[in-house]
Design a protein around this ligand. Structure first.
Ligand SMILES: *Cc1c(COP(=O)(O)O)cnc(C)c1O
Length: 383
């Protein structure tokens, strides 16, 4: 029996990961790799070094990339579980679901924390952050999300970093949905721990995450680690010892990721990938506005990664019908996650190009007519 070979005929994913991958990335997975084999270990080493290069860092200056099995959430939780010693307090800046997820991790790990919340459509209040850090010397770490995928808001990491460093705290950044496409200078921004994963802007398939940090920061509090499998210090020591993951690595995912990194380089790195996403985003927003849909965020804080749109107020609109009609035409969009507004989301990352966005817009236009709704949001929301 002959099996179908991978094609690019799958439905296109307008979602923030898993996302549409290239044919090359899918084909790279069609091999079995022995995780003890020296060839495979050399590939892991190369991946770790490439990730540092994308972050414009060097192992010579003490930086390391630790790869960890699991999705992005595991990486964020691993930083908290490994790198926060007892009697420390973490200040979390939250303006969406991923900031709130950090808070839940800290609760589970019994780590003291302070939460500074801002509305989902606004960045953090930096003077409140400065006051909070000045007033409470027990705060030792600040955690923030770069692109809050809940809304697509891009938080001002450099400005936050300046406040964090002025108060001598360590800075933990969830750059899950931005790393590889939105430039972020770790050293000048004062980021001590950056977390991202294989299946976002680097366009690999899901299965592992990674943490970029200084070797000394990763190892400093290893004795107090609150988890075995999420222990980044032990994971790093494992790579030191024999070049291997401590426990079964996602071998196929790593082969796919190696190819994804080669394609990232061939495209022109962070700048070129960001430029493609930016174009995708501009075409998407102009087209959706043209059809009568309204983005949730003001353009000044909107990233070019994912866009939340207000659900139309027309009672003939339901997200489920809209989603199904688009899915039937080969386009997968994403539900909303915002607590205070009815929205749906469209991401434009992944192996998607201008033509794909135009195809999606044509399908949205068609579906709007077929389902017979007016795309406008409630009048009081229209900007
Ligand atoms: C995707 C994402 C995560 C991780 O989510 P997983 O489902 O664990 O992959 C964390 N933070 C942000 C901002 C994300 O976009």
């Amino acid at each position: 029996m002959s099996l179908p070979s991978p094609t690019n005929r799958d439905a296109r994913l307008f979602t923030p990961g898993p996302l549409t991958t290239s044919l090359g990335v899918k084909q790279a997975m069609m091999h079995d790799a022995g995780s003890w084999h020296s060839d495979f270990n050399a590939r892991i080493r190369w991946i770790r070094e490439r990730l540092l290069a994308i972050a414009e860092l060097s192992p010579v200056e003490g930086w390391e990339t630790v790869l960890l099995q699991g999705s992005g959430t595991y990486g964020v939780e691993a930083v908290f579980a490994t790198c926060i010693p007892p009697a420390c307090r973490v200040c979390v800046l939250a303006n969406g679901a991923y900031g709130e997820r950090m808070v839940r991790m800290l609760e589970h790990l019994h780590i003291d924390h302070t939460v500074l919340r801002s509305p989902e459509s606004e960045g953090p209040d930096l003077s409140l952050l400065a006051e909070t850090l000045a007033a409470d010397p027990t705060i030792t770490h600040v955690a923030a999300v770069h692109c809050e995928t809940t809304t697509g808001i891009l938080n001002p990491i450099a400005e936050i970093g300046r406040v964090v460093k002025r108060h001598c705290c360590l800075f933990i950044v969830d750059a899950m949905s931005s790393f590889g496409a939105v430039p972020l200078e770790m050293e000048s921004t004062g980021i001590d721990f950056l977390i991202s994963s294989a299946n976002k802007c680097l366009e690999g398939v899901p299965g592992f995450c990674f943490v970029i940090a200084r070797r000394e920061s990763l190892l400093a509090n290893a004795a107090h680690a609150r988890s075995l499998s999420l222990n980044l210090a032990d994971q790093l020591r494992g790579f030191d010892r024999n070049g291997q993951f401590r426990y079964t690595p996602p071998t196929h995912v790593l082969l796919a990721f190696e190819q994804a990194l080669n394609e990232h380089t061939a495209e022109g790195g962070v700048a070129a990938r960001g430029a493609r996403y930016q174009r995708n985003h501009e075409i998407l927003v102009a087209g959706m506005r043209g059809l009568g849909f309204q983005p949730y965020l003001p353009p000044a804080v909107q990233s070019f990664i994912i866009t939340a749109f207000h659900c139309p107020s027309d009672p003939r609109f339901t997200f489920t019908e809209f989603y199904q009609a688009l899915a039937g035409r080969g386009f997968i969009i994403y539900p909303g996650k915002i607590s205070r507004a009815e929205t749906f989301r469209i991401a434009n990352i992944g192996h998607l190009f201008e033509a794909d966005i135009h195809d999606l817009l044509a399908a949205v236009s068609e579906v709007t007519v077929t389902l017979g709704f007016n795309p406008k949001p409630p009048a009081e929301l229209a900007r």
